[in-house]
Design a binder for this molecule. Structure first.
Ligand SMILES: Nc1ncnc2c1ncn2[C@@H]1O[C@H](COP(=O)(O)OP(=O)(O)OP(=O)(O)O)[C@@H](O)[C@H]1O
Ligand SMILES: O=P(O)(O)OC[C@@]1(O)O[C@H](CO)[C@@H](O)[C@@H]1O
Length: 317
């Protein structure tokens, strides 16, 4: 079974404001409420791509009820632990530019933590766990490490989409999939990643430290895949960027859904990128039809030809 784990879910309150003026009374032309949090987004997109998951994590209060009802309507299984505190509301302001204000999240006790660990302890080598999003500040800083160590002990495949300290501490552990964007990868190695070649170079460092599949997404500039013996570059389809919220989560979903369906790594990467762009071009997360429509525009090329770097991809010195 595939599980997603969102320690800090949200309601994403999307507000479209024609011309946002800070300090003024602004009126939204349109608003939307979606369940949010990176793991929950992965569960939603994977469901749309035909792969079932069970969503784990912490929810509570009337906002938590909204998240669960929404997932029920989309026939997504969940086993959230009740925190008795309202799940946060994250504001996504779409105007001349996109701005986000994410809430802090609940205070989680050691009992809450133990309840989650009990669920994770039951996962086996047949299972995959996708850990995605931020760690609420009330949890120990090494909580992802505790989960990763449990997965490693039980042979559970672990995919991770997080950033900052949580990401830094996980490197070196056996990980099935990591999907940093180029800023997160740069922060990890204290460098600026401004080209596909640098993304491949630093992505390879993660692969060398035990990550089986590394995808470095670079927004509208393409994406790089680094695996044990394959490296690919992908362009991204052209279109109007409407919504970057959940685009990265959709890359993870497209890749993992395709791998679960037995597709090749190259095809899974292609579908991952098409899924990311399909979400970037919609108000909500992409559907299977949105992904299908973009698939022909996603071209994958190998970064290594005959054991040597593909010269067509030598973008930087
Ligand atoms: N301007 C764009 N044009 C086409 N596709 C895009 C664009 N921006 C993002 N995408 C798609 O979304 C994917 C993820 O984007 P990005 O690299 O910004 O990841 P991220 O920062 O993890 O995303 P998120 O905003 O969800 O946190 C890209 O690989 C691409 O498929
Ligand atoms: O605060 P975190 O956990 O880092 O990110 C949470 C979040 O911004 O990520 C998702 C998009 O990836 C949204 O649905 C959600 O609001």
């Amino acid at each position: 079974m595939i599980y997603t784990c969102t320690l800090n879910p949200s309601i994403d309150y999307v507000m479209n404001v024609d011309e946002f003026k800070p300090g003024d009374l602004n009126r939204a032309s349109q608003t939307f409420f979606y369940p949010g949090g990176k793991g929950i987004n992965v569960s939603r997109v994977m469901a749309r791509l035909g792969v079932k998951t069970i969503a784990l994590g912490f929810t509570g209060g009337f906002t938590g009820e909204f998240v669960k009802d929404f997932l029920n309507k989309e026939e997504i299984n969940h086993q959230f632990i009740d925190t008795e505190q309202n799940t946060r509301v994250n504001v996504k302001l779409k105007s001349q530019q996109e701005s986000e204000i994410n809430g802090p999240g609940p205070i989680l006790s050691s009992k809450h933590q133990e309840e989650l660990m009990e669920q994770i302890r039951t996962l086996t080598s047949e299972d995959t766990l996708i850990l995605a999003g931020s760690v609420p500040s009330s949890l120990p800083g090494d909580f992802y490490i505790t989960i990763a160590d449990m997965c490693s002990k039980n042979g559970t495949k672990l995919a991770v989409d997080t950033s900052g300290k949580a990401l830094k501490e996980l490197v070196g552990r056996p990980i099935y999939l990591l999907k940093p964007n180029h800023h997160e990868l740069g922060e990890l190695f204290n460098v600026t990643i401004d080209s596909m070649e640098k993304a491949a170079h630093y992505g390879q460092k993660l692969a060398d430290q035990g990550v089986q599949h590394v995808i470095v997404s670079m927004g509208g500039d393409g994406a790089v895949y680094i695996g044990t013996d394959q490296q690919f570059y992908s362009n991204v389809p052209k279109g109007q960027l409407k919504n970057s919220v959940g685009a990265g989560d959709s890359v993870v979903s497209g890749f993992l859904a395709s791998m679960a369906q037995g597709k090749s790594t190259e095809e899974a990467f292609r579908i991952g990128v098409a899924s990311g762009s399909a979400t970037a071009f919609q108000d909500d997360l992409c559907t299977a039809e949105d992904v299908e429509e973009l698939l022909d525009e996603v071209k994958i090329s190998s970064l290594i030809i005959g054991g040597k770097p593909n010269e067509n991809h030598r973008i930087i010195d």
